[in-house]
Design a protein around this ligand. Structure first.
Ligand SMILES: [Zn+2]
Ligand SMILES: [Zn+2]
Length: 103
């Protein structure tokens, strides 16, 4: 499985994001925005999307947060574990803020 784990600039808040230590980071630890790319299937047709995905829900599973992301263009969803340095306390209000994109 090909994974991409490198520094990147957030497409939403433009902060410089350092790559995560142990996990493959695919969302911004500050605003939780990610880009719609299927990392594990590089030539999947959905990699053409490259649109913003925002967090739309979260749940606790095995004492850890699992965040549901929804693409603002094609409405595809995927779940991801939080990274250890995510600003998790900001998540509920960010989900409220991004809700406007899905009306
Ligand atoms: Zn961000
Ligand atoms: Zn998409």
């Amino acid at each position: 499985m090909k994974t991409i784990n490198e520094d990147f600039t957030c497409i939403e808040c433009w902060k410089e994001i350092k790559k995560a230590e142990k996990t493959c980071r695919n969302h911004c630890p500050f605003c939780f925005t990610s880009m719609h790319v299927d990392w594990d299937i590089p030539w999947d047709r959905s990699t053409q999307c490259h649109w913003k995905m925002y967090p739309t829900a979260y749940e606790m599973k095995n004492w850890d947060y699992r965040i549901l992301f929804t693409c603002t263009k094609c409405w595809k969803t995927h779940r991801n574990k939080r990274a250890t340095d995510d600003e998790i306390t900001n998540l509920p209000s960010l989900i409220e803020k991004y809700r406007i994109h899905f009306n």
